[in-house]
Design a protein. Structure first.
Lengths: 409, 327
């Protein structure tokens, strides 16, 4: 057991650090103040500059413009990016979810057209899965794709909560191509051009105040058959690739959730002296609990990383890290806000610090996005502990028949 | 980075599992409680297998292993509510580390030590001990003691009130090793707690798969499923913390004080949650004396107060983290 970099990892880390240091002035930082909307050009510039340094698409195969590196190298990049306080990538959804899905299921033509531009930040991608009537129960989605006489597909329906759709050039779209079979069977995945006629994107403001997700309407949108990802009716399997990649990109790896443990410790150290003794004891009690819990999540991430570096794929047990990390991240954000005293009721302090308020308002989304806490508990209970699933009212029914459940009363 | 047990440690865990499952059990824990039957496996068997002496150098007759090696074994001991605690063995090994006379006697089991806390109070494994270690005015002392047994909640912990007689000085300046012994003890306590909690979880999961209510296995109800999952998440988080803290004991001693306190606190919380869930998932049968559930529950309710309580541990974590950040 050891926590040191191997000589190769240390050399890689030094390279990453040097590159970030050399370009620090041109790279974007995380915002410490109020939440603000993305500056698209600057964000693309940021990703492109990071790409030039080999820090984007670390694990992607070289033939598609990636670095052909390891998950451990990706984790090193993540750690150094966090340490330097750099902003995340505008291509976050594309890099984490859409790109890997294209790599796994796309045609050679799709790969050569899309992947390089995605990596360099020239195109932004979004993931068009959730709908008003299907979030957790993703396979119940209703957006329809119908084959036309010319062989292309005509799409009608609505997606929602689509992160970054308002700035996206492409999306991966899961649609129903056969309503007469069971819900998981009748789905097909497509790449959709977000600038195509009939696509309408309406930003939705999130509870944190910014508009990062959207609703997306499809009215007779035409998609060429060449833009299908995988076989007709195989969309559920393709979507599982996406969700598995999501698990990898969300899966801890030892980086802290929310504002970060060191920042939290510095904040407590700075503020605690201003409080009366009795309050100090209460703060220490809560901080000590969350500090221990955060260390446990960090080291659980390291365990997972060690397993990945030996060739294991993260299984459903990785969800335990997301559950625990979200919980302690939220508790630390809450403590951070409390410690602001009178300033805690404002969105940003007089000194211009809005980190804790941002975390407070942003982290409830972590408990919903990428599988809600309840769905993750179901997954862990059934797939890891082997507990029996819940009975399903729509089991064995075609999608069309399942629509009648609850409709008659 | 390689944050995983070695093959040797996995083999050690398997060997420990073999020994402890045959030498101790919740049934034995119940018998100790009912009739005062001896705590199993007991001092002699633990010494004969060498498990109690893992962290004692080979030159003194021990195993020459690491705290992490011991933690891996302690987890297995915790699964079957074994006693006396490896916490006591680990602590005594640190306290007597440079005592050429006493250390071999500790290693071969000819002397049965227990450790009196600095603040006094109940002494872990006192009922099976004949020698006691204590800190008196900064000096480490050893001596015989008078034991007052009391009605136990968990008999396997061998707790009793002790007054030290005829103490001799082992080391004049004992404070540093006292602290370290306590911290190593907290890590080993966390490792035993990890084993107890994971076994409690498994028993709960097994029952939830069998028991049927309203025409369904109860494990299909989310109230049951999610409670078990929360216990599972806690166990896996605790496992990471135990391994890391045990590793710091030899490999990164500067981190040990915070790591040990974090483990102590978190083990108390995780074990309590797992044990309470175990009882609840079983319904009425889980509330009977005959069922094993309450034996895990008893362990949880007592362990949380050993070597300091969770409140004190989390306070220590916070103080150390704040001091680290202020630097
Ligand atoms: C910040 C953010 C970004 C997102 N980005 C995207 C994106 O880019 N692309 C995309 O496709 N989607 C995105 N989503 C959507 C997200 O995947 C869904 O919100 C999520 O899957 C939950 O679906 P829902 O909102 O329909 O809630 P519902 O599924 O309706 O759930 C409502 C409540 O019911 C509970 N519930 C549902 N089913 C069960 C069950 N079987 N057992 C117990 N409880 C249950 C849920 O846990 C939840 O508490 C995003 C969401 C958020 C918050």
């Amino acid at each position: 057991m050891d926590f040191d970099d191997t000589p190769e990892e240390a050399a890689y880390r030094a390279k990453v650090r040097d590159y970030i240091a050399a370009h620090r002035g041109e790279l974007m930082s995380v915002s410490e103040g109020g939440r603000r909307a993305v500056d698209l050009d600057a964000a693309k510039q940021h990703q492109s500059l990071m790409y030039d340094g080999g820090l984007v698409g670390v694990t992607w195969p070289k033939e598609y413009g990636g670095q052909g590196g390891t998950q451990m190298q990706q984790a090193i990049v993540n750690q150094e990016v966090a340490k330097a306080g750099l902003a995340g990538f505008i291509g976050v959804i594309g890099l984490g979810m859409c790109g890997p899905t294209v790599i796994a299921h796309g045609s050679d033509d799709q790969k050569s057209r899309y992947l390089g531009r995605l990596l360099r930040g020239e195109d932004v991608w979004c993931q068009l899965f959730s709908e008003p009537a299907s979030g957790s129960d993703l396979a119940a989605l209703r957006t329809k794709a119908v084959k036309t006489d010319s062989g292309s597909w005509r799409v009608n329906g609505q997606k929602v909560w689509t992160t970054l759709a308002h700035v996206s050039d492409y999306g991966i779209l899961l649609a129903r191509t056969d309503p007469d079979v069971a819900k998981h069977r009748g789905l097909t995945m497509f790449v959709v051009d977000m600038h195509a006629p009939g696509v309408t994107v309406r930003p939705l403001r999130q509870m944190s105040g910014v508009a990062e997700f959207n609703e997306v309407f499809f009215d007779d949108v035409e998609i060429p058959d060449e833009e299908r990802l995988g076989e007709v009716g195989d969309g559920w399997r393709v979507a599982l690739t996406t969700l598995m990649s999501e698990r990898l990109s969300l899966g801890g790896g030892g980086t802290d959730v929310g504002t970060g443990l060191d920042a939290a410790a510095a904040h407590v150290a700075k503020r605690i002296g201003e409080l009366p003794e009795t309050r100090q004891a209460l703060v220490r009690q809560e901080f000590g609990r969350q500090y221990a819990a955060s260390l446990a999540t960090r080291y659980t991430g390291y365990r997972q990383l060690s397993a990945i570096s030996k060739g294991a794929m993260p299984g459903p047990e990785a969800s335990a890290g997301k559950l625990a990390g979200t919980k302690t991240g939220r508790a630390l954000a809450d403590l951070g806000v409390r410690l602001l005293g009178d300033e805690a009721v404002y969105a940003i302090t007089a000194e211009g610090d809005g980190r804790w308020q941002n975390s407070q308002a942003g982290l409830p989304g972590m408990a919903i996005a990428g599988g809600t806490d309840e769905i993750l508990r179901n997954v862990l209970g059934e797939r890891v502990l082997g507990l029996p699933p819940e009975p399903r009212a729509d089991k064995g029914m075609s999608f069309n028949d399942s629509l009648r459940i609850g409709a008659s009363e | 980075m390689n944050f995983d047990l070695s093959d040797e440690q996995r083999q050690l865990a398997a060997a420990a599992a073999d020994f402890f499952t045959s030498a101790a059990s919740p049934g034995a824990a119940r018998a100790s409680l009912d009739t005062g039957a001896p705590i199993e496996p007991g001092r002699k068997a633990m010494a004969d297998t060498g498990f109690a002496a893992i962290t004692i150098p080979e030159s003194a007759g021990g195993g020459g292993g690491s705290v992490l090696d011991l933690a891996v074994v302690a987890e297995q001991a915790g699964r079957v509510l074994a006693g006396p605690s490896l916490v006591t063995a680990a602590r005594a090994a640190v306290l007597l580390e440079d005592d050429a006379d006493r250390l071999p006697a500790l290693a071969d089991g000819s002397a049965a030590y227990a450790v009196i806390e600095e603040t006094g109070g109940p002494v872990l494994d006192a009922t099976t001990a004949d020698r006691f270690l204590a800190l008196r005015d900064g000096a480490l002392v050893a001596g015989g003691g008078s034991i007052t047994e009391r009605a136990p909640i968990d008999a396997t912990r061998g707790l009793a009130d002790v007054t030290l007689d005829d103490a001799e000085v082992v080391a004049k300046d004992g404070v540093a090793r006292w602290e370290r012994a306590l911290q190593v003890g907290q890590v080993v306590l966390g490792a035993e707690g990890l084993g107890t909690a994971s076994k409690a979880l498994e028993l709960g999961v097994d029952y939830a798969k069998q028991r049927v209510a309203f025409g369904r296995q109860i494990g299909s109800y989310q109230a049951i499923k999610h409670a078990l999952v929360d216990a599972f998440v806690g166990v896996e988080q605790l496992r990471s913390l135990v391994w890391w803290a045990a590793w710091t004991a030899e490999e990164s001693p500067a981190e040990l004080p915070l790591a040990a306190a974090a483990v102590k606190g978190m083990a108390a919380v995780v074990l309590e949650k797992a044990a309470e869930t175990l009882v609840q998932v079983h319904g009425g049968i889980g509330f009977t004396w005959e069922h094993d559930a309450h034996l895990y529950w008893r362990r949880a309710k007592v362990d949380r107060f050993l070597l300091g309580d969770d409140v004190e541990a989390f306070d220590t974590v916070a103080r150390l983290a704040i001091a680290g950040a202020a630097k």
